[in-house]
Design a protein around this ligand. Structure first.
Ligand SMILES: Cc1cc2nc3c(=O)[nH]c(=O)nc-3n(C[C@H](O)[C@H](O)[C@H](O)COP(=O)(O)O)c2cc1C
Length: 322
């Protein structure tokens, strides 16, 4: 892809051409997706969550076979797997992506090993904290996002507060962004780019689960729900977060019986796991209502850039970012 007017200092830090980052989404990411995003000029990220070292090594090898562009590996700080982190460092993956919590030692170690640190946060305080730790790029994730999200702030309010607080550290916006309008808006809020999860689930290269892509194509943002149900039932310890998913009969029933599910987790687990595998329980954010087509990742990125560039055409500060 030719050089984009949208190229920001965050791109220089990450070694990419277009400030669009594909979220590390546990085993929802595929090597094909990660490589396609990176080959298109953005940054693809492998999700380490749910992979052991053998799986992760294999995934890194597969991405490297498909691209020579920078990519990342995502680790969730409150659920860190030390062996997988060591592997990420020893493999000299260009970018380590972290989410939630503080990671002072890990940030220093990553820098020593020559990796850039991209750290996702959900509050201005957390943004200030990870900036002080030396994060190279900060992702401000609003509660409208998919999967695990903080319950406190929306993207619209969080992004400019994080930007002001951590300046000159670059901030990317995440949560609710799925098209060029969202990207242009994020840039107007002072973000230097975007990170998207939900929209990348609806790409050709994302493998999906069962008929999960049908659910992505046929849901509105109002049909998502954020709750503790998923973590409680699957026994996942993830303090301070809720999980946003497309509403489904299981979520709806247990939202009505919220006091009862903690005692019934063991009983519910197999049912929830099989609904996930079949694509009947789909993690996604409010931006799901903007998903109308399954596209190759490169085409998706091309369209988002074209739309954002057209919308920002007259915005003076975009030029000053390049
Ligand atoms: C299916 C799914 C799985 C996710 N898994 C992870 C994960 O493993 N690690 C992580 O840092 N974020 C994860 N996220 C959150 C993303 O990093 C990101 O913040 C979010 O997708 C942004 O909002 P959006 O979905 O509206 O684009 C996940 C999101 C989704 C939709």
């Amino acid at each position: 892809m030719s050089a984009s007017r949208l190229k920001t200092p965050a791109c220089d830090v990450l070694g990419i051409e277009i400030p669009i980052v594909q979220a590390g989404m546990a085993t929802y990411t595929s090597a094909e997706l990660v490589a396609a995003v990176s080959n298109a000029g953005g940054l693809g990220i492998i999700g380490a969550l749910g992979r052991n070292t053998d799986d992760l090594r294999d995934e890194i090898r597969r991405v490297r076979a498909l691209t020579n562009k920078p990519f990342g590996v995502n680790h969730v700080v409150c659920r860190i797997d030390d062996a997988c982190v060591e592997l990420t460092l020893s493999q000299r993956v260009p970018v380590i992506s972290l989410s939630w919590g503080h990671a002072t030692e890990l940030t220093a170690k990553a820098h020593e090993a020559g990796l850039k640190v991209l750290h996702q946060v959900t509050t201005p305080e957390e943004a200030g904290g990870v900036a002080a730790e030396g994060a190279d790029v900060i992702v401000a994730q609003g509660a409208e996002g998919g999967g695990h999200v903080g319950s406190a702030m929306s993207t619209m309010a969080l992004v400019p507060q994080a930007v002001d607080l951590v300046k000159p550290v670059p901030v990317l916006a995440a949560g609710g962004i799925a098209d060029g309008r969202g990207m242009a808006a994020a840039i107007m809020l002072g973000a230097q780019g975007v990170l998207m999860g939900t929209r990348f689930l609806a790409t050709v290269e994302c493998h999906g689960r069962g008929h999960s892509k049908d659910a992505l194509l046929n849901s509105l943002g109002s049909q998502t729900l954020a709750s503790k149900f998923y973590d409680d039932v699957l026994g996942i310890q993830w303090p301070g977060s809720v999980v946003r998913a497309i509403r489904n009969p299981i979520l709806d029933e247990w939202a009505r019986r919220a006091n009862e599910w903690p005692a019934k987790s063991d009983e519910l687990r197999p049912q929830v796991q099989s609904a996930i595998d079949n694509g009947d329980f789909v993690l996604a954010g409010e931006s799901v209502g903007l998903v109308h087509e399954i596209l190759p990742a490169a085409e998706l990125i091309r369209r988002i850039v074209a739309e954002a560039e057209a919308l920002l055409g007259t915005a003076p500060h975009v030029d000053s970012l390049t």
